[in-house]
Design a protein around this ligand. Structure first.
Ligand code: CO
Length: 146
């Protein structure tokens, strides 16, 4: 397994609109992207960029995740954590299928087949019980990104 960049931290929220206000007014975020629906995953998402030392986005983001109607996993998470909370970490890898084979070779449970994620590249999730308690998203690095 070749560990890549930490792409984003997924944060579940009951209201992206209210979370945007928090990240803007409390955390000082200046690069907040337009929220959009990801119906295949049953969620609405919104990316908040974090800056590097030069003030420009450094590539790592907060992914705000709000359930769409009918979503069960994020809705269940919010039932346990009504204010929202840290939901998953997402690391980039150069080759999603190679990464899946390597994790499976180590007995880690991959949740479903690789599918298109919020950045338009293939992603999969790993079961938190196999990952030190952390729901882990693996994402193929967008082509031409680095
Ligand atoms: Co994510």
């Amino acid at each position: 397994m070749k560990l890549g960049r930490l792409n984003h931290i997924g944060v579940a929220t009951p209201s992206i609109a209210e979370s945007i206000i928090f990240y803007r007014d409390v955390m000082g975020a200046t690069h907040i992207h337009e929220p959009f629906d990801l119906p295949e995953q049953g969620v609405k998402v919104c990316f908040v960029d974090t800056p590097g030392a030069d003030g420009a986005p450094n590539g790592t983001q907060i992914e705000l995740v709000e359930p769409l109607p009918g979503n069960t996993s994020i809705t269940g998470f919010l039932e346990k954590n009504p204010a929202g909370g840290q939901h998953h970490l997402c690391y980039e890898v150069p080759d999603i299928h190679a990464a899946k084979a390597e994790f499976e070779g180590q007995g880690k449970r991959v949740l479903g087949e690789p599918r298109i994620g919020a950045h338009g590249t293939l992603i999969f999730f790993l079961h938190p019980k196999d990952m030190g308690g952390v729901l882990t998203e693996i994402m193929e690095t967008p082509k031409g990104d680095h």
